[in-house]
Design a protein around this ligand. Structure first.
Ligand code: SAH
Ligand code: SF4
Ligand code: F3S
Length: 477
């Protein structure tokens, strides 16, 4: 069939339209299989956050329905990179990898290469790819990911040149497309897409568009389906879960949603990512305290401890407000684990500002923290700010901060030694097959004697020995 015929016969409605393309692609792929005398392979490589990981499961779900067999080897018939652009080094990684793919493609002329995700929403990236990476077959962005089946089928039939489809924004959410989960027993679940906060350093609002919430009933229905399929733990995903509900007709808060999800029978654990401190309500703390399935773990990004820098970052809270939230959380949920993200070297950050960050870290005593060196993202307000901090100064601050958060993290983990905790068993240990590995509610890892049959189950484990950031334990009856 020609591309024109294919498009002319397609239904207008979603998701029916995508299922039509899946059927058409299946026929093309079956023919190729016959020619080659083997199944076709695909490799989906994910960069970036949980949001991207979930999107990759959507890509893989469609590819598997079309007939591809999944492989981790990038020397495959179809390779797609789901990219991230939150920091400069994320972009560099992609360009580096692409060089290797080109080598594979020279040996396998039929190989197809796709690029999608956040980095593709940057016009300069597309220009660069068009000029220097002509061997790429398909490029699309974050807003039209639901159209993957359609774009991929078109690329299968396309004889020459790149197919590029990038949208500036969308208000559309398409439900009920195939998904292939990485883990049988746990899953991410999108609750909102995009971000309206425009923190001055951050590129996410530009590449993920305006905030849109999924309807609560769609979320609950998806989770019920997941539970029926063996899932016991969900992670509710949004750039700012605390503002969940924005744009929906009915008035529903994130705390309401947590309570609805908590009522789902058969589900055992609920996590969420990421709450913004400016919108962390008492109602949410209360919901977290009273919903028995919600893990006592709050990832609460600080970014900076200096009120002055927070203002320049457009974070809309102060040092004191943040510390107040931590106090409230700990008062209501004494065993809550608190983790964070911190940026070092934001433009204009003085030694005094940095000491404010160290002060907050010292006061909060985080269970763990992701620390990042500020990365200039073209187009964001911070990129145009004066007083970018010299590299050696940033490096020195980064090292001091890292030493402190690691010390605290270690203390926190150590403090649980000897206790019995609930653990979700995730896998057989890679180094020692007599052990299994699992996660505590606070996200810390424990290894203990066990076997494959325990994967996906929640068991009580005595945390015998702390090994820095993880435990060696044993089943406790
Ligand atoms: N929506 C989430 C996180 C999104 S990005 C939130 O608001 O917390 C994940 C983390 O990357 C951020 O928390 C921040 O610490 C870091 N980050 C974002 N932009 C960055 C930049 N330009 N340079 C360095 N780190 C950055
Ligand atoms: Fe970026 Fe801020 Fe939105 Fe998080 S809340 S994605 S840091 S703009
Ligand atoms: Fe990266 Fe996009 Fe996530 S920029 S951090 S993959 S939202």
């Amino acid at each position: 069939m020609s591309i024109t015929d294919l498009l002319n016969n397609a239904p207008d409605q979603e998701p029916e339209r995508q299922y039509y393309f899946i059927e058409e692609a299946k026929k093309i792929v079956a023919k190729k299989e016959q020619e080659k005398g083997r199944k076709l392979t695909c490799c989906v490589t994910t960069f970036g956050c949980q949001m991207n990981a979930r999107d990759s499961e959507k890509l893989l779900g469609i590819l598997k329905q079309i007939g591809y067999v999944e492989t981790e080897d990038e020397n495959a018939d179809f390779v797609i990179y789901n990219t991230c652009t939150v920091r400069e080094n994320a972009n560099n990684k992609v360009y580096g990898h692409l060089g290797i793919l080109h080598g594979y493609k020279k040996k396998n002329r039929d190989m197809m290469i796709g690029l999608c995700g956040c980095m593709m929403q940057e016009p300069t990236v597309i220009e660069h790819l068009k000029a220097n990476y002509k061997f790429v077959d398909l490029i699309f962005g974050t807003h039209n990911l639901y159209k993957f089946a359609e774009l991929f089928t078109t690329a299968l039939l396309n004889k020459k040149g790149m197919i590029i489809d990038i949208w500036k924004d969308t208000d559309k959410i398409v439900e009920n497309l195939p998904i292939s989960r990485k883990y049988p027993f746990k899953s991410g679940v999108n609750i909102s897409f995009g971000c309206n906060n425009f923190c001055s350093y951050c590129i996410v609002p530009y590449v993920r568009g305006r905030e849109r919430s999924r309807k609560p009933e769609d979320i609950v229905e998806e989770i019920k389906g997941l539970v029926a399929d063996g899932v016991v733990e969900v992670m509710l995903l949004g750039q700012n879960v605390n503002s969940y509900g924005v744009g929906l007709e009915e008035k529903v808060t994130f705390a309401d949603l947590l309570r609805m999800v908590n009522d789902i029978e058969g589900l055992k654990r609920i996590r969420f990512m990421t709450p913004h401190p400016k919108d962390l309500s008492d109602e949410l703390i209360e919901a977290m305290a009273t919903c028995d399935k919600v893990c006592h773990h709050m990832h609460l990004p600080l970014q900076s401890g200096s009120t002055e820098i927070l203002k320049k970052m457009n974070r809309r809270y102060t040092k004191e407000h943040y510390l107040g939230l931590v106090e409230k959380l700990r008062a209501r949920i004494p065993d809550v684990a608190i983790t964070t993200d911190i940026i070092v070297g934001f433009p204009g950050e003085t030694e005094e500002d940095f000491l404010d960050t160290m002060d907050v870290v010292d006061k909060v005593h985080y269970d763990s923290a992701f620390t990042f060196i500020y990365s200039k993202r073209t187009g964001t307000p911070a990129a145009a700010m004066e007083n970018q901090v010299p590299e050696d100064v940033v490096k020195d601050r980064f090292d001091r901060l890292l030493a402190l958060v690691q010390k605290h993290g270690h203390d926190k983990v150590q403090s649980l030694e000897g206790t019995v905790q609930e653990v979700l068993v995730e896998e057989v240990n890679e180094q020692d097959a007599s052990l299994v590995s699992g996660k505590l509610a606070n996200n810390v890892t424990v290894h203990f004697p066990g076997d494959e049959s325990m994967i996906g189950k929640i068991v009580n484990v005595r945390l015998n020995c702390c090994k820095g950031f993880y435990f060696i334990g044993e089943i406790s009856e």
